[in-house]
Design a protein around this ligand. Structure first.
Ligand SMILES: Cc1cc2nc3c(=O)[nH]c(=O)nc-3n(C[C@H](O)[C@H](O)[C@H](O)COP(=O)(O)OP(=O)(O)OC[C@H]3O[C@@H](n4cnc5c(N)ncnc54)[C@H](O)[C@@H]3O)c2cc1C
Length: 428
């Protein structure tokens, strides 16, 4: 891409950065991938990967080692939305018809290994502290390894995949927009001895969202999202807070009875929600650095993988021409905002953890009772269909049509007992 030592320097080597480096190195670009962390290592994040994310991992050849490491797929989703029970199998994308929840120390390390195998130079334990500039462009990074010795590296493009507190974004002064104040805090734990039936289970109650997914080593990860104003009280006794929240979440408390928490419970109120301008002269951003969402809908990893894919295509397609690169990055930005709009706004709405109103409950009940609509709901949630198709009241109204509306009006008059909708569980 030019006379620099590298075509691309990627700062941050987890889902967004390692995937970006891997794809660019596979296309023959000279890539330097830097992270202050070492791998394998964990991240403060639960790790439900939605169907499109799993499909990308499969396409890139990274799913096989994760499955070989015992990452269990979940083929079915069961929602308990404030008492409305909705269930469907996850939709298929190519040969992938499941979500997965690989531990981050496996997922991130598998991507770093794939980047290395593709020819990227990987430097772990390296912290980026500054950028090099020339004529208004970013032309490299400044930083240091564990020894503290300063180092400079040049590249035609610097990619900041360095997470929600991105140093690169701060150094280039990238503007954020659609910023929402954090609404929730998150807390998650690993449990042994929980039978989830190979199913991803999601629960909402006023002031609470919970999710339980099977993960590696026969464990289940249970994630809780609660209003941020309750954080100080929760942190005084996290175990008691966790048990109290789980007992409010449908059958989750029952499923956890007799089960045991392993590892420490992770709790964080550091949950920004914003989009950021992802490109400028000589720089680009990917993953959380570019768009971060409240984790209540578990979309961040899948977004990061898609973002890496989008960014790599733009850069590879532009070749060595700076103007073409700038145009390709702007076009990728527009695509990203189009793709994220529904889920970004929808996630902010869900993060309010508000109770269902009567109309929403009636609509959801009709959706839950209709296997096709329940499947469409799960498809929109996991991202194989646009969010706005089923996850908004208008999307639901369009989906259920006039007959559904009449049934919803019936539910409004007589809500009746909760019902389980959607197709039957698979035989295998
Ligand atoms: C509690 C919680 C639960 C979540 N649950 C889910 C879930 O179930 N499913 C889901 O899809 N998403 C979830 N997310 C979101 C998900 O964690 C993020 O969207 C995802 O990690 C973003 O990946 P990334 O590669 O962009 O950034 P990160 O994973 O944050 O990686 C950034 C990397 O950059 C490195 N770095 C930072 N600064 C520098 C520097 N100056 N120099 C060198 N290296 C640097 C860091 O060491 C880090 O390794 C959750 C988030 C939280 C907080």
């Amino acid at each position: 891409m030019g006379s620099s030592a590298y075509d691309v320097i990627v700062v941050g080597a987890r889902v967004a950065g390692a995937a970006t480096a891997m794809l660019m190195a596979r296309a023959g670009l000279r890539v330097l991938l830097l992270d202050r962390a070492r791998f394998p290592s964990d991240a403060v994040s639960s790790h439900q990967v939605q169907v499109p994310g799993v499909a990308l991992l499969e396409q890139w050849g990274v799913l096989a080692p994760l499955l070989a490491a015992g990452t269990p797929p979940a083929h079915r989703a069961e929602f308990d939305l404030d008492g409305v029970l909705l269930a469907a199998d996850f939709p298929s994308l190519g040969t992938v018809g499941a979500v997965c929840s690989p531990r981050r120390y496996l997922l991130d390390a598998a991507l770093v290994e794939a980047a290395r195998a593709a020819g990227a130079e990987v430097r772990e334990g390296f912290t980026v502290t500054g950028l090099q500039r020339s004529g208004g462009r970013v032309v490299g990074v400044v930083g240091h390894g564990r020894s503290g010795a300063a180092a400079r590296e040049d590249a035609a493009l610097v990619v900041g995949a360095d997470g929600k507190h991105s140093t690169v974004a701060a150094l280039v002064g990238a503007r954020s927009y659609r910023t929402r104040s954090p609404q929730t805090f998150a807390s998650y734990a690993y449990w042994s001895g929980v039978d989830l039936g190979g199913t991803a289970r999601l629960y909402t109650r006023p002031g609470l969202a919970a999710a339980a997914f099977p993960t590696n080593d026969g464990l289940s990860v249970v994630f809780l999202s609660q209003p941020r104003q309750g954080f100080e009280q929760y942190r005084r006794d996290v175990r008691a807070g966790l048990a109290a929240a789980a007992s409010r979440a449908g059958d989750l408390g029952e499923r956890l009875r007799g089960a045991r928490i392993v590892e420490r419970i992770r709790t964080t109120p550091d949950l920004p929600h914003r989009l950021t301008t992802p490109c400028g002269p000589g720089w680009a951003l990917a993953g959380d650095a570019a768009a971060v969402m409240d984790p209540v809908t578990a979309q961040g990893i899948t977004h990061a993988l898609r973002d890496a894919d989008r960014l790599a295509r733009a850069v590879i397609g532009a070749g060595h021409d700076r103007d073409r690169l700038a145009a390709a990055l702007r076009s990728a930005w527009r695509d990203r905002d189009r793709a994220l709009r529904g889920v970004f706004d929808g996630t902010a709405r869900l993060a309010a953890l508000a109770p269902l109103n009567r109309a929403q409950r009636a609509l959801l009940s009709v959706v839950a009772d209709d296997p096709d609509r329940a499947a469409a709901f799960v498809a929109a949630f996991t991202g194989t269909a646009p969010w706005q198709d089923s996850m908004t009241p208008w999307g639901a109204v369009r989906g259920i049509g006039a007959t559904g509306l009449i049934r919803a009006a019936g539910h409004l008059r007589d809500p009746g007992p909760p019902r389980v909708g959607g197709p039957r569980r698979r035989a295998s």
